[in-house]
Ligand binder design. Sequence first.
Ligand code: AMP
Ligand code: MG
Length: 653
Amino acid sequence: MNTKMTENPAPKMPASLDQDQFLTILSREEALARFEAALFPRELPHERRALADVLGCALSKDVTAPIDVPPFDRSNVDGFAVRSSDLASATEAAPVRLLLNDEVIACGVAPVRPVLSGTATSIATGGPLPRGADAIVMVEHTQPAGSRAIEIRRAASPGQFVSYAGSDIARGEALLRAGTMIGSREIGMLAACGIAEVSVARKPRVAVISTGDELVQPGEALRPATIYDTNGAIVTAAINENGGEARFLGAIPDDEVALEAAMRRALVTSDMLVLSGGTSKGAGDVSHRIIARLGKPGIIAHGVALKPGKPLCLAVCDGEPVIILPGFPTSAMFTFHDMIVPVLRRMAGLPPRSDAKVAAKVPVRIASELGRTEFVMVSLVEGADGLIAYPTGKGSGAITSFAQADGFLKIDALADQMPAGTEAEVTLFTPHVRVPDLVIVGSHCTGLDLVTAPLARAGLTVRSIAVGSLGGLAAAKRGECDLAPIHLFDDKSESYNTPFLTDGLELVPGWRRMQGIVFRKGDARFEGRSAQEAVRSALADPACIVVNRNQGAGTRILIDRLLGDARPDGYWNQPRSHNAVAAAVAQHRADWGMTIAPVAHASSLGFIPLAEEHYDFALVRARKQRSAVQAFLDALASQEARNALTKAGFRPA
Ligand code: AMP
Ligand code: MG
């Protein structure tokens, strides 16, 4: 694919764009191999830098210790330098008396007198061992015996309390290897050897550009149909985390001329260019067409068998890597960490990242598409025997799952699933495992944060993973969480939650959430009416649009009961959350729907109360005595939490 495209670098006509797309889909391994072959081996620029200026840099040459550390045999304690053979017979009953030599070896004082048999020399911690001495006796283990002598009541082994020259670092030993990322410890080692300057790899300068007409920078106001530029900030930070020096150049609209100019400018002053967006089939997607004109050999891979991440585009333009990450932030992150970080680190003179991978067991079966390497976002929790990796992905469009995710795992292209119980390798987004003190898996509610706030203040970390009531219940049964928040209505007993508990689980009452009809204030079809009247008047108006909820949601049951057989316009719009319903009504995409009171009020919408839902916790009994669980139960019962819940529109049980 790459050779064909560089033979014919002329811009493609828009009409042929569809056929252009992903003519050759490469496997992940093939794409990476071709990309690396086009980039390496290469000369890595390096520079000499003063010690004060090398934190976070990668050493570019091995450093050999030029001296012994410590440079001489020295005392580890305050005491007396002795000949151990003099003390062989010393006991409590028969102390040995040693004459004091006429000198005191302080730090920085070179001894002049030898320690002859029968004598001792006073020495401070860090003082050089005098000639003849082979051990130190601590001052606490001696008694003065007149002004010129001491008594010692125990034997000393040769070498006692002595640090020998070179025992920490030996002259000629490899002190630090090329590729070591320099931290405070490494700086200490270099300083101990007297090294003031080292050769480090020059950090690759990486230009970052976001593309898309819809992007607005954080800090600015969103206009209709615009979204915040997420990739710019994430990619910039992730580059800096992996040895690069990122420069964010902003978001460029989907305009071929403007984008080409920005890309050419970026290439002049950088060693690498990372774009995001504009690489899939959209008519406005132009960046990959520009790349073909920027330099040889051009596009190496456009379309990689990844899920998500198929639109990834890898190119090399006159020696410089140019990458277009997929637009969806999660896809951008997966492909960046999996395919770009290895290349970036090599260019930065760093070895592959070893601290960013952990092994963890996957508790549930994960289905996977055959033929594509699949990335699955996971949240790590501590299980009975090791880490558990909880899949939290919600599709490539969701940035929200990022908030709960620690990293991701990969399912091989040749596998159609990852069976439950698999020990998988998890790539961490940030090389630091945060094992939470309290794990809450189940239905999400904004009230939860109000209860867990004091835990966070007390330094306890809380992980809440939103998988819905049934998913939470299953996790609780497997013992993977402490608590599962649920709101499940049992038709038979006409009661909430309790009928769903099994052995090993107990119910902790949470709070009630008022569900009702949400509408825009002032809408006469709803204002001042009961729920039944409001629905009647909505159904009477063919222009009135409803927003529904997904099958399985407790709220959906209520809507269906109200509607009976009616299927008004909007019925098949079935978002999965209370917030999405409020957003649809607030943004005039629908006129009414069913949500919970706090969400309606937060959006300043009108609300007609209908029925109270019980939001309770299934507590895993085996984990009840854990201190974080007790802290949660205390917080739940506290007046502070009850007040906060009430204020937010919930009714504590
Ligand atoms: P594209 O590949 O440009 O078609 O983008 C795919 C999806 O990702 C679209 O929904 C874009 O709005 C979204 N997207 C693209 N770039 C960004 C970005 N920098 N931040 C957040 N979302 C983005
Ligand atoms: Mg775009």
